[in-house]
Write a protein that binds this ligand. Structure first.
Ligand code: PEP
Ligand code: CO
Length: 446
């Protein structure tokens, strides 16, 4: 086990982006209660994910990680969860079928209830409010008293994550993902686009292939019926993460059993601070969000702390540079990681470096910038003898209007029609399908 580490050793360091709880006794009581509640995931599932990430590291599997920027408690309902699962499964199918590569499916789901914020305060309709930090911390309501951090929301976060995770298990294990039930794979595009025709043809081909194999008794029912799906969130709210950290059944080691994978955000990855201290002790795979601000030296220091044994399948570097920065900053990071023989899985998050504000002050992202960052990242890896082994998207299965562009051509003027996110703008259903086809084509030609 790591020297001097415990699930609470983060408390000795500076913890950024934490809410200030006025009632400390209530917070401690909540954490003690949470420690007695059952885990959401099982250690073996986490080890299975690490095994697959080792394959992704070598370019033999591809990762799709996606979901809301922030999940709301109100999103813990049948329709929203099912639609999110449907889009993630459909995207994976497009990639697997077109590029002939198996996909590791990881949701930003069942725990993405707390957010880092750039500003302590925000002004809504002329009123200054403490920033909304996610439903497990405070309320989105435009009322200053509701913006206070409340410890009981942490427990509510746990139960919403548990209900979401439970339904995901039913969807993935109970036959929804059965490739022979085309109705589950059907879609209604907002309007007919190139992608809708392409998708229908793809599904018809998949079903044809399965029927063909069935004639030879050659389809493994387990594979066709079920799918592996992993849950992940940013490990931001440290009292929650501490409470979900449990001793391994086998050895004197620790896992965070509130998610299969967790990531450290761009704002909290300082090596001297509490988040890095917490993350260095858990056995889960760990994502690290990195922008163009990280230097190669800093990255290597971070890797030495978080993965001192240089284990394969352990670290995912999630680059989110912005489309204008990829060619300038990514090559040096790749060279240095290769020079030091560090084992990492590279994932591209083309969302967080491409956020802009419209003239009306609405946060958006342009589909073409997202695509540009993906394309440049893919090519920079390819020309430097490395792999972009996955993608990380903020998306939803609903028909929201939050990102502009794409074949359905959402314009700035349309943004207010269905702008629902409480935090960052997400790709909607049609934009997510479109990006999957484009991505599948580069992977096919890789
Ligand atoms: C996020 O993933 O929603 C986020 C805040 O990302 P980053 O830490 O990369 O800014
Ligand atoms: Co976000």
């Amino acid at each position: 086990m790591n020297n001097n580490w415990s699930p609470l050793s983060w408390r000795t360091k500076t913890a950024l982006q934490q809410p200030e709880y006025k009632d400390k006794d209530a917070l401690n009581k909540t954490i003690s209660e949470l420690k007695l509640l059952p885990p959401l995931v099982f250690e073996k599932e986490i080890e299975d994910l690490k095994f697959k990430l080792r394959l992704a590291e070598k370019g033999k599997m591809f990762i799709i990680q996606g979901g809301d920027c922030v999940e709301r408690f109100a999103d813990c309902n049948e329709k929203t969860i099912l639609n999110k699962m449907k889009i993630l499964l459909q995207m994976s199918m497009i990639i697997t079928y077109t590029a002939k590569i198996p996909v590791i499916k990881i949701g930003r789901i069942a725990g993405e209830y707390s957010k880092p914020r750039s500003n302590e305060f925000e002004t809504v309709n002329g009123i200054d409010l403490p920033s909304y930090r996610g439903d497990s911390i405070n309320s989105y309501r435009h009322d200053p008293s509701k913006r206070e951090a409340q410890p009981d929301r942490i427990i509510r976060g746990y139960f919403h994550a548990a209900a979401t995770c439970n339904y995901i298990r039913s969807i993935t294990r109970g036959g929804f993902a059965d490739l022979r039930t085309p109705s589950n794979w059907n879609i209604e595009f907002a309007r007919e686009t190139v992608t809708s025709g392409e998708y229908r043809t793809l599904i018809a081909n998949v079903i044809n292939s399965i029927e063909f194999l069935e004639c030879f008794d050659g389809v493994n029912n387990e594979i066709i019926n079920c799918t592996d799906f992993y849950i992940s969130h940013e490990g931001l709210l440290l009292p929650y993460e501490e409470a979900m950290t449990r001793k391994s059944l086998r050895q004197n080691e620790f896992y965070n059993l509130g998610a299969h994978m967790l990531w450290i955000g761009e704002r909290t990855r300082d090596i001297n601070n509490a988040h890095v201290e917490y993350f260095r002790g858990i056995n889960n795979p760990v994502g690290i969000k990195i922008s163009s601000e990280i230097t190669p030296d800093e990255l290597i220091r971070l890797l030495n702390i978080l993965n001192p044994q240089n284990n394969s399948g352990k670290i995912c570097l999630i680059t989110r540079m912005g489309c204008k920065n990829v060619k300038k900053y990514l090559p040096d990071l790749i060279h240095r990681v290769k020079k030091e023989n560090k084992n990492v899985v590279w994932i591209c998050d083309p969302m967080h470096g491409n956020t802009t504000l419209t003239k009306q002050g609405i946060k958006t992202r342009d589909f073409k910038d997202i695509l540009q960052e993906l394309t440049d990242t893919f090519l920079v890896h390819k020309t430097n003898d490395s792999f972009m082994s996955g993608v990380h998207f903020e998306l939803t299965g609903e028909r929201v209007t939050e990102c502009i562009g794409g074949a359905i051509n959402i314009a700035e003027e349309n943004l207010e029609e269905h702008y629902e996110t409480y935090c960052d703008p997400r790709l909607n259903y049609d934009q997510s399908m479109e990006i999957s086809f484009l991505l599948a084509k580069f992977l096919k030609n890789a």
